[in-house]
Every structure is written in structure tokens, then in C-alpha cells.
Design a protein around this ligand. Structure first.
Ligand SMILES: Cc1cc2nc3c(=O)[nH]c(=O)nc-3n(C[C@H](O)[C@H](O)[C@H](O)COP(=O)(O)OP(=O)(O)OC[C@H]3O[C@@H](n4cnc5c(N)ncnc54)[C@H](O)[C@@H]3O)c2cc1C
Length: 381
């Protein structure tokens, strides 16, 4: 694997970093305090191209591939985890599901708007009774002429309170188990679609999450993503890319925490010397730098494989597992190195520590990533 980034991706990296430093980072504290991301900021992120980086130009994307996407997400992670979460839920999950599943008329109807940030998307797979075991979802899609009638509920759906477009997974043939799962695109305002209130969360303030309720929701057959019964495959394929993005986010967030910790270790004086003179602090920094480097290589390797057209299910699961667990350790060390200040709301370290916790849970918990990795190992032997 070539570890030197291509010139165009290095240029992208610098440009996203500039946008993050100049436009997004100054808003990070206010987003946290108000638990709100202004829609105008989402529009600005769209105009800066942040929603379309990893997607095809023919569908309104920027055409930088998955490697470019991961490099950009690393930079985006420096601002406030919620900002990336909006992109990840919208273009990352909702957009990818439509892109993977098709057909072309559905792709062209929705993707240019999702990849430019003109519309925000949500990806609705999880249900109150079907989280890790998403294949057991109970939302039903009954065929009725040229339409399907959807009944059921979804839980913890990122962007739901602000989304214009939803990809919904429902079962059109429950007797066949997950083979009946089918994906549909539904627009905000559709009769029979109710959106619950914004959930209160430990972190990711500013990013919205809610339940969805479907009651006799009529969806035309032309709004189906892929064929009837393709839904679970589309959901899992989408999660391969989602997990890759989450791993890249974790690398960027950890890098930001490490840089702040190094700076603090150099400038905070106790016992007459900077705390970084103590081996106990040096080891925390060295371990963090080593783990971040390893996680970054895993992310770039998986992204490069995806760009070469390889299936990356196990590589994405490994990258997500390692990078998110690594972020947890780095965030914990960053709080420790900052001492009492690391626990104070005045500094962003405390927010980053809380925001990091979710990465080990959504888009498949760490336990489920291990299930995926072990499944691939045992299938090959
Ligand atoms: C903030 C937030 C945003 C989210 N956004 C979205 C979204 O946009 N779209 C969407 O569809 N979903 C979303 N989710 C849902 C998320 O993907 C699920 O919460 C996650 O997959 C875990 O499911 P669960 O919460 O039902 O936990 P459960 O499945 O109940 O798991 C509970 C515990 O049991 C463990 N466990 C379960 N099965 C096994 C097993 N076989 N082996 C070992 N351990 C196991 C889990 O690892 C976990 O530790 C979001 C969740 C949150 C909190």
C-alpha cells in the first residue's frame, strides 16, 4: 500500500482543514451549548462540498472516492462530532443506500440534493426490538397495487427531526425473514409518517436523533430502492462505508485530542517542570500517537481497497472496531493529562470525551464488529 496521499487528496485535506478552522471550529462551543446546528451552517457545509466528497461526480458528488472521503472526515472531526454526524447520517448513510441500491431514476431524483447539502437525509434501519439484530426488524410493507403500505416504528434515527428524505427499511415478506426486507425513499411530510421529538443524549449535542412512526404510510413502487427483498443487502453494504467513515472520524477526533494533550504537557508546569517531563505523561502520549497511526493506516487501507472495487466488510469492521476503541482510550488519556481542566465544560476536551462514547455503539457495537470479523474468518477457513 502506498502511504503517501495523492496530490489531489492532499489538496483536499488542506482545503477541508481551512474550512474547519475558519468556519466550523468557531461555532463548536455554541452548537454544544444550544444543542442546535443552524440550518444555514449545514447549507454552508454543503456549498463547501462536504456532503459529496466520496461520491461519484455523475450523481452530484465530488469524485474523491472513499480515500478522499476518509481524509476529509478526519479533518471534519476536529470541529465538533455533531457536524460530521449530520454528514454521516445524510450523504454517508441515506445517500449511500440510494447509491448502492438504485435504480437510476431514484438516484437522480435524490442524490444531487443530498450530495450538495440542499436536502438532509436519514437512514432508518434500527427499531425498538431490532438493534444489533437488525435483520429481525418488524416494520411491515404490504403491497397494494402500484404502492406499498408501511406500518411500524424506527428508533434512534440520526437527523430525523431535520431530514427532508428518509431511507426506510421494511419487510415485504416477513415469512422469509431478512430476505423480505425492502428499502424505500420517503419524503418529509408524507401522510402516515410521524417524527418523534429530538432525543436527549449524553453527547453529540446539536446532532438530532428521533423515533419514526409509520401508520398506513403509502409509498409508490417508484420510490423503492433496489428490488423487493434486496433491502438487507443494501443496508449491510451501506454500513460497510458508514463504518469506514466512523473509523476515519475516530482517527481525526483522536488526533485533535492528542495535539491538545501534547500542548498541555509542554505548557502546564507542576513541581517546577512541565508535566510532559514525567515519563507517566510521556507514555500516555506515545501510546496515543502509536494507536492513532495504526488506526489511520487501517482506515486508508480499507478506503483504498474500496476505491479499487474490493468488498471491505471485514476491513471496515476491523477499522471501526480498532479506531473507535482507540478513540475511547485517547479521550480518556486526554482528560487525565488535562487534570481538573479536562473535566470542565470550559474546555472542549470534556465534550470530546462524551462524544467519543457513541462511536463504539452505533453502526454496530464493538461486539457486533467482532461478530462480523469472526464470521469472515470462519467462512474463509
Ligand atoms: C445517537 C445514536 C444515533 C443512531 N443513529 C442511527 C441511525 O441513523 N439509523 C439507524 O438505523 N440506527 C441508528 N442508531 C441505532 C444504533 O445503530 C443501535 O443503537 C446499535 O446498533 C445497537 O443496537 P441497540 O441499541 O438495540 O443495542 P442492543 O442490540 O440491544 O445491544 C445491547 C448490548 O448487547 C450486545 N450484543 C447484542 N447482540 C450481541 C451478540 N450477538 N454478541 C455479543 N454482544 C451482543 C451489544 O453489543 C450491546 O453491548 C443510533 C443510535 C444512537 C444511540
Amino acid at each position: 500500500m502506498d502511504t503517501q496521499l495523492p496530490d489531489d487528496i492532499q489538496l483536499l485535506q488542506r482545503s477541508v482543514r481551512g474550512f474547519v478552522d475558519d468556519v466550523l471550529a468557531p461555532c463548536a462551543k455554541e452548537i454544544e451549548e444550544k444543542d442546535d446546528i443552524p440550518r444555514a451552517l449545514i447549507t454552508k457545509m454543503g456549498e463547501a462540498g462536504l456532503f459529496g466528497i466520496g461520491h461519484e461526480e455523475a450523481l452530484g458528488g465530488q469524485g474523491f472516492g472513499k480515500l478522499g472521503y476518509c481524509v476529509a472526515v478526519e479533518q471534519l472531526a476536529r470541529a465538533n462530532a455533531s457536524l460530521w454526524n449530520v454528514v454521516g447520517g445524510s450523504a454517508g448513510l441515506c445517500g449511500t443506500a440510494i447509491s448502492v441500491g438504485g435504480p437510476d431514476d431514484v438516484r437522480h431524483r435524490y442524490l444531487p440534493d443530498l450530495f450538495s447539502g440542499r436536502r438532509v437525509g436519514a437512514y432508518a434501519l434500527s427499531e425498538p426490538g431490532a438493534g444489533s439484530d437488525a435483520g429481525s426488524l418488524k416494520t411491515a410493507a404490504r403491497r397494494d397495487g402500484d404502492a406499498y403500505v408501511i406500518d411500524g416504528a424506527k428508533t434512534f434515527i440520526t437527523n430525523a427531526p431535520i431530514a427532508d428524505v428518509f431511507v426506510i427499511f421494511a419487510n415485504a415478506a416477513p415469512a422469509t425473514g431478512s430476505k423480505g426486507i425492502t428499502a424505500f425513499v420517503v419524503e418529509r411530510g408524507a401522510k402516515g409518517l410521524e417524527i418523534g421529538p429530538n432525543d436527549e443524549k449524553m453527547g453529540l449535542h446539536g446532532s438530532t436523533t428521533a423515533q419514526l412512526y409509520f401508520s398506513g404510510l403509502r409509498v409508490d413502487v417508484t420510490q423503492r430502492v433496489g428490488n423487493e427483498g434486496d433491502g438487507f443487502k443494501i443496508a449491510l453494504r451501506t454500513l460497510d462505508f458508514g463504518r469506514l467513515g466512523l473509523a476515519a472520524h475516530s482517527v481525526g477526533a483522536a488526533q485533535h485530542l492528542l495535539e491538545a494533550s501534547v500542548e498541555h504537557a509542554k505548557t502546564r508546569v507542576q513541581f517546577g517542570t512541565p508535566i510532559g517531563a514525567n515519563q507517566a505523561i510521556q507514555w500516555m502520549l506515545a501510546d496515543a500517537a502509536t494507536e492513532i497511526h495504526a488506526a489511520r493506516l487501517m482506515v486508508y487501507d480499507a478506503a483504498s481497497r474500496a476505491d479499487r472495487g474490493e468488498r471491505i466488510t471485514d476491513r471496515a469492521a476491523m477499522a471501526k472496531l480498532f479506531a473507535t476503541e482507540m478513540l475511547g482510550r485517547v479521550a480518556d488519556a486526554a482528560v487525565q493529562i488535562h487534570g481538573g481542566m479536562g473535566y470542565m465544560r470550559e474546555l472542549w476536551i470534556e465534550r470530546a470525551y462524551r462524544d467519543a462514547r457513541i462511536t463504539r455503539i452505533y453502526e454496530g457495537t464493538s461486539e457486533i464488529q467482532r461478530v462480523v470479523i469472526a464470521g469472515a474468518l470462519l467462512a474463509d477457513s
